[in-house]
Design a protein around this ligand. Structure first.
Ligand SMILES: NC(=O)c1ccc[n+]([C@@H]2O[C@H](COP(=O)([O-])OP(=O)(O)OC[C@H]3O[C@@H](n4cnc5c(N)ncnc54)[C@H](OP(=O)(O)O)[C@@H]3O)[C@@H](O)[C@H]2O)c1
Length: 251
């Protein structure tokens, strides 16, 4: 299998921790020059150092995706500048994450923040980067969905709304930009072991015990899926939402 991404450039949003970090590391290990994005410069620097120590190439860019169109457009321009040319692979991974919250406890501010970071920013960032991809003859967009975009779960209405939007966005973008050579797909992880989920093991462990795999997903597994989707091996995969969820949504 060829997963060689040498000579390609990638922007991974929310790559200072968790799944985004795993995706950035995997794309860099496959040869891509990776722009690691997030807000926390210290953590971003550590991710870049780790990639560099492992023999890869990376740089950090800070931007708060709640900042709207101006911020997102600047991020896209600075990413291309740092990459020394157009971005070939965009991974829309960053999201506004809120723990389990009943709908009656969900505030307007939470709704605005979730829609801004998890839905508006990926649309704007894609719009900012696809013209140059198309001009170059093609590119790849990978959106981070979730089992919550497919299955309903109590106390996750806002999060599930944003992830359903991401799954729908993926299909619509595939229809719009596929003919221009841009492949748009999504990964829908199940519970994945990150710093945040470690703190919720009491709640998650019993759920994991019901999965066909009986196992959490890992950032490295999500990263490997992203490398495959970004590679030419996935040349005829458009608009797919690929679960990496231990079988959660299948049974
Ligand atoms: N972990 C899971 O079990 C799981 C399951 C299914 C789907 N997912 C999805 O996977 C993605 C990553 O989740 P994760 O669990 O890896 O979370 P995480 O460890 O908290 O990472 C979130 C990342 O997003 C960035 N971010 C958050 N808000 C931002 C903002 N306003 N502007 C810019 N960057 C921002 C954070 O960067 P800074 O802290 O540096 O700002 C961080 O790098 C999300 O789309 C999530 O919905 C996760």
């Amino acid at each position: 299998m060829s997963t060689e991404l040498k000579g390609r450039t990638a922007l991974v949003t929310g790559a200072t921790s968790g799944i985004g970090q795993g995706v950035a590391q995997a794309l860099a290990a496959a040869g891509a020059l990776v722009i690691v994005h997030g807000r926390d410069a210290d953590r971003g620097g550590r991710v870049v150092d780790g990639i560099t120590r492992a023999g890869g190439a990376a740089a950090f860019l800070a931007a708060d995706l709640a900042g709207g169109a101006g911020t997102v457009t600047r991020l896209a321009a600075r990413a291309a500048e740092l990459a020394g040319g157009p971005i070939d692979i965009l991974v829309n991974n960053a999201a506004y994450l809120v723990g389990q919250t009943s709908t009656t406890d969900t505030t307007e501010a939470m709704i605005d923040a979730a829609l801004a970071v998890s839905v508006k920013a990926p649309i704007l960032l894609t719009a900012a980067l696809v013209p140059a991809m198309a001009e170059r003859g093609g590119g790849v967009v990978i959106n981070m969905g979730s089992i919550n975009g497919t299955s309903g779960m109590a106390k996750t209405a806002l999060y599930g709304t944003t992830k359903s939007a991401i799954h729908g966005l993926t299909r619509a973008l595939a229809a719009e930009y596929g003919p221009a050579g841009i492949r748009v797909n999504a990964i829908a992880p199940g519970p994945t072991l990150t710093e945040i989920t470690q703190a919720h093991r009491d709640f998650l462990d019993p759920l994991i015990a019901t999965l066909p795999s009986r196992a959490y997903s890992t950032p490295a597994q999500i990263g490997a899926t992203a490398v495959f989707l970004a590679s030419d091996d996935a040349a005829n995969i458009h608009g797919a939402v690929i679960p990496v969820d231990g079988g959660f949504t299948a049974v």
